[in-house]
Ligand binder design. Structure first.
Ligand code: PGD
Ligand code: PGD
Length: 819
């Protein structure tokens, strides 16, 4: 990210975000340090979330209204659900223990998970159970008995980062004896391949900014990317700063192309040319364009020569010299169902115009997902526009408002996982991997002691007996649900800490009720890429029922493990928040930014930073293009690696040394065990599974179930009408969903958004019908390849039929039965 240090900013301008300071006056005494224990009973509070910054109105201690922060240029339609998440019927009210577990102890009736009733216990009893079990499992099974690689989209906030807090408690209290995870679900394949190719993660980095695209781009391609939908969300607090630029770009009338099986929100917004590609075949289409560029001499040989390595080793594959198959547009058309003529036209269009290839991430959450972004980079290299204003490629235009110009700001630290003390301890790897690629958790449970490959290493899966999950929903995010239900039964103990009764909580033994982030204080940036403000995420209401903050819960656990002081370092909630702010403020003088004092900031609620003109001209890889010798990439050759000697040395048969078209395990038009491809894109009105338990659900359910988009022809062939309840099934599972019949989806593809709550009619029973619509009952659970071992959420085929049986009730949005 480009940070200009020359601008001196005044306090007045920094605090300008708090335009209605009056609204805080009622709260200031209550929310400042001493008052952190209680929220005020009436008034309006500024706070924030993944969906953006907002004001919450409180009346008599109850949160009654929500309105967006006035500096949010495109507030999310999901804010109402954010408020409702505090009060929804799916809220976990008390510490609960599964009945058989409470009576029989660890390992009792694991098949009962997901079905059995829960018993309310006191906090004291619950915490005692958890800490005793952590000690028992660790003592009995050694350093890899406990899994704390807990992954997921916990709430924003630098302190109540529940996953770091969990690992911190175990690092200080259990000498770090637990199995961790690496990587994430979003970019599992790309974040491993890109460092080999570009020398950086690429997926989480600033893009050539939108003002430059508006000025210089002629052709804007969204390849499997739907930014109008996905930029509603930020990992920190969403700024939505790119949306006004979309309007401006649209006004230019320049060409926008969307390559996607679905006519997306983005396609509709830009009135784009829609290329309804056959899913899972993007690499073939890219190869077809690349072949045409080469055949017509439209490729930029000088760029390839100066800035890339290994094109000459890739070329024999492209031309077919090495394998007898020329990757011509005709060859590609057979696979991707985009006509060869159109592929040729695209090659000519891209080469003769300043073209930005913006790609989303679904195409790397597929079997062999490493290849798609590698091939996209290769294509962009052949076009030779990387590092020029408005040209090249971008892997983060759709994520957290990538491409929004960055402010001159200071950067907050966050709570650490306290791991430094145990890093490198000899015992960490003696009992198998101390960390697994995050989406390989089911394999880990299925195959302890067996070897697995990952990015050039080979190690063994550890034997885990206890899982502690917080801030994530694996019974939503993990593929192949029934396989997971079975693997889960091998565990002796499962602890889940969440604020809502997700399927994961229902499949736990001990359930601890956390607060939402609106019932505690925290601090966060607004804008992942713009870093445009620091926001006090103030407590809006006091914790409901018996919920406690994540920091409190883990302080208790660390204390019971004998390490409370090491955990808290003597600081309470407000002490930590102030510390983070003051650490960030120390960067101010060096950057020429005059940062207000903590008290001034907390009173105002927000500090907004200026966005300098230089940020509005940022061009990714301009430095590299200007001087490849002085600004080399972080790859072994210092260049873009179209051929990677490092990957070649790994010798994987499922990820070779240059981008390659590999047939996936399942695909439309290839090995197709069922007729319809499942597109499990990210939801329009949810963040994964979050808000599914709230009023927001009313915006999209069909007959009370998750929607399933199906093409008009496919629906007609099956006698399905819009609004019908349908059963979607394959060999892995079956779900009930509500049909949306539409021509906004290409034939032979259905779309069920990821994140619908798993609601088995017979909980715990393998293969049970899911009454609500968790798409991961149907998806493939394998890793992308030996290289990245990412997830394959976008791989899978199914069949759909009109459901004529008796309709089971949807029960998952209420608390489970109490015993
Ligand atoms: P969320 O629904 O965000 O899903 O998977 P992830 O597990 O992140 O779950 C977050 C959980 O944390 C919720 O249950 C929420 O209540 C809880 N939580 C939130 N805040 C707090 C807090 O402050 N404290 C505590 N204790 N809990 C909290 C998402 C994952 O799904 C991701 S990132 C991706 S990219 C994948 N995408 C796909 C896909 O495209 N297709 C398929 N088929 N599958 C996918 N799975 C992946
Ligand atoms: P998806 O919606 O899964 O989003 O960003 P990501 O880009 O992964 O997929 C984008 C598009 O790819 C969809 O329109 C889908 O139809 C298309 N697609 C699927 N398969 C193929 C294919 O084989 N070929 C082609 N060409 N297109 C295909 C997800 C990102 O969004 C992530 S990782 C997270 S964690 C956040 N999650 C959410 C969220 O859950 N909800 C919203 N509203 N916003 C989010 N933003 C972030």
């Amino acid at each position: 990210m480009s940070i200009n240090t020359s601008t001196k900013l005044s306090r007045r301008s920094l605090l300008k975000g708090a335009t209605s300071l009056g609204v805080f006056s009622a709260f200031a005494p209550a929310l400042l340090h001493a008052g952190a224990a209680h929220a005020a009973t009436s008034g309006e509070v500024l706070s924030g979330s993944h969906w953006g910054a907002f004001y919450g109105t409180v009346e008599d201690g109850v949160w009654t209204k929500i309105r967006p922060w006035e500096q949010d240029p495109h507030p999310s339609e999901m804010l109402e659900g954010v408020m409702d998440s505090v009060y929804s019927p799916s809220r976990i009210k008390y510490p609960m223990v599964r009945k058989a577990y409470l009576e029989g102890g660890a390992g009792a009736n694991p098949e009962g998970r997901g079905n059995e009733e829960f018993v309310r216990v006191s906090w004291d009893q619950a915490l005692e159970l958890v800490t005793n079990e952590l000690k028992r499992v660790s003592d009995t099974y050694g350093p890899t008995g406990v899994y704390a690689g807990s992954y997921g989209w916990k709430s924003s906030g630098k302190l109540h980062n529940c996953q770091n807090l969990l690992r911190r408690a175990l690092n200080v209290g259990l000498e770090g004896k637990f199995v961790n995870s690496s990587g994430d679900y979003s970019t599992g394949a790309s974040q491993i391949i890109m460092p080999h190719v570009m020398g950086t993660l690429e997926v989480y980095e600033q893009q050539t900014v939108w003002p430059v695209l508006i000025e210089s781009t002629d052709v804007l391609v969204f390849w499997a990317a739907d930014p109008v939908k996905t930029n509603q969300i930020g990992w920190t607090v969403a700024d939505h700063d790119t949306y006004p630029y979309y309007e401006e770009f649209r006004k230019t009338g320049k060409k926008v192309i969307v390559i996607d099986p679905i006519r997306t929100e983005t396609a509709k917004f830009f009135d784009a040319e829609w290329i309804p590609i056959r899913p899972h075949t993007d690499v073939a289409m890219m190869l077809g364009i690349a072949h045409e560029l080469y055949a017509q001499g439209l490729h930029d040989a000088d760029f390839l020569d100066e800035y890339t390595a290994g094109f000459e080793d890739f070329l024999p594959y492209l031309t077919g010299e090495s394998d007898g198959v020329a990757k011509t547009p005709e060859w590609a058309a057979e696979i991707c169902e985009v006509p060869a003529e159109q592929i040729k036209e695209l090659a000519a269009l891209f080469a003769s115009n300043r073209t930005m290839l913006g790609s989303g991430w679904s195409i790397q959450r597929q079997h062999h997902g490493e290849q798609s972004h590698w091939m996209l980079v290769t294509l962009a290299s052949m076009l030779g526009q990387i590092g020029l204003p408005g040209g090249g490629f971008g892997l983060s235009y759709h994520y957290a408002n990538g491409g929004a110009p960055s402010a001159d700001s200071v950067v907050l630290p966050g709570i650490s996982d306290g791991g430094a003390a145990v890093e490198g301890a000899a015992w960490l790897t003696q009992a198998g991997a101390a960390s697994i690629p995050v989406s390989r958790i089911v394999e880990m449970l299925e195959r302890p002691g067996e070897e697995f490959d990952f990015n050039g290493t080979r190690t063994t899966f550890p034997e885990v007996k206890m899982v502690y999950w917080t801030g994530g929903n694996p019974f939503s995010h993990q593929q192949d649900r029934n396989r997971m239900v079975e693997a889960w039964q091998k565990l002796e103990t499962v602890v889940v800490q969440d604020f809502q009764w997700t399927a994961t909580a229902r499949f736990a033994d001990i359930v601890l009720p956390a607060t939402t982030s609106y019932e505690r204080n925290d601090i966060e940036h607004i804008g992942d890429y713009s870093l445009k403000a620091i926001l006090g995420m103030k407590k809006i209401v006091d914790p409901v029922f018996e919920s406690r903050t994540d920091f409190d819960i883990f302080t208790e656990i660390a204390t019971r493990l004998g390490a409370g002081d090491a955990f808290t370092e003597g600081k309470d909630e407000m002490g930590w928040i102030q510390g983070f702010y003051e650490d960030a403020a120390k960067q101010g003088p060096g950057k020429g930014i005059d940062v207000p004092s903590f008290d001034e900031f907390w009173d105002a609620g927000v500090v907004v930073f200026d966005i300098p003109e230089s940020s509005k001209q940022f061009v990714r890889y301009a430095d590299y293009r200007d001087d490849p010798l002085l600004e080399p990439l972080g790859t072994p050759t210092g260049k873009i690696e179209i051929f990677s000697r490092n990957i070649e040395k790994m010798g994987y048969d499922d990820c070779g040394p240059h981008p390659t078209w590999y047939e996936p395990e399942e695909r439309l038009g290839g090995n197709a065990p069922y007729p319809l491809h499942i597109d499990s894109a990210h939801p329009q009105f949810r963040l994964h599974s979050q808000l599914c338990g709230t009023v927001t659900r009313e915006k999209y359910v069909v007959g009370g179930r998750e929607p399933c988009m199906i093409n008009t022809q496919d629906a007609a062939a099956r006698g399905i009408a819009d609004g019908d309840t349908v059963r979607v099934f394959n060999d892995r599972g079956q779900v009930l969903v509500g049909a949306i019949v539409s021509d906004d989806i290409r034939p032979n593809v259905i779309r069920i958004f990821e994140g619908g709550w798993y609601d088995p009619v017979n909980g715990g029973e393998l293969g049970s019908l899911d009454a609500y619509g968790d798409v991961n009952c149907l998806t493939v659970g394998r890793g992308t390849s030996s290289l990245a071992q990412g997830n394959c959420g976008h791989t899978g085929m199914a069949e759909v039929e009109k459901y004529t049986g008796e309709l089971p009730e949807v029960n998952v949005f209420n608390a489970p039965a109490e015993g």
